[in-house]
Design a protein around this ligand. Structure first.
Ligand SMILES: [Zn+2]
Length: 191
């Protein structure tokens, strides 16, 4: 085994989480249930209900879409390679879309034909650990189904900007877990 022994432990026996009390085995993604300014219920409606909500101007949160007043969001991921491994970690986040791009993507989502939009502008609409409490400029990359859409942070001062190309150390991964509510406490004692 090469690299950080805590990674090997996480991938095999795992760590007991002091926060959610789960035994976490393997890399797990950290997902935000809604865009950061969403104040409605976090209980998800079905994706099919978005059409009706859009037609009458009602706010809605589903697994893949969110309408909040004038704002439109879709679910996507920001993936990171983990150093010295073949593993990938991802934040599950929400990215904003213009009205026009949202409609285009919504049509594609429910169309049987596989079309792929070109990358578009998006605001990262969740606060990642250690980042400022604001939206960050991003590019949203559409992916063939069933792959998840990928958000690329476009501002260099975001704390996870360089990790998009350089990957995450196991130390940083574990810190990220702690800061998002998963204390893998004995991970710091493990050598
Ligand atoms: Zn946990």
């Amino acid at each position: 085994v090469t690299g950080d022994p805590r990674l090997h432990r996480l991938l095999t026996q795992g760590f007991r989480c002091e926060t959610c009390k789960d035994q976490h085995i393997g890399i797990f993604d950290v997902a935000f249930s809604s865009p950061m300014h969403w104040t409605g219920s976090t209980e998800k409606r079905t994706d099919e209900e978005v059409h009706a909500a859009l037609a009458i101007g009602r706010d809605i949160l589903t697994n893949n879409f969110c309408l909040d007043g004038e704002h439109r969001f879709i679910r996507c991921i920001i993936p990171f390679k983990i150093h010295d491994s073949e593993e990938t970690f991802a934040f599950g986040v929400w990215g904003s879309l213009s009205t026009q791009n949202f409609q285009h993507h919504l049509d594609d989502f429910f169309s049987p034909a596989e079309t792929l939009m070109r990358p578009v502008f998006s605001w990262l609409s969740n606060r990642l650990p250690e980042s400022e409490d604001r939206s960050y400029k991003c590019r949203l990359h559409f992916r063939p189904r069933p792959d998840r859409l990928v958000l690329e942070i476009g501002e260099e001062d975001h704390p996870f900007y360089s990790a998009q190309t350089q990957g995450l150390s196991v130390q940083r991964l574990l810190e990220g877990y702690t800061l998002t509510g998963h204390s893998l406490r004995d991970a710091s004692d493990e050598h």
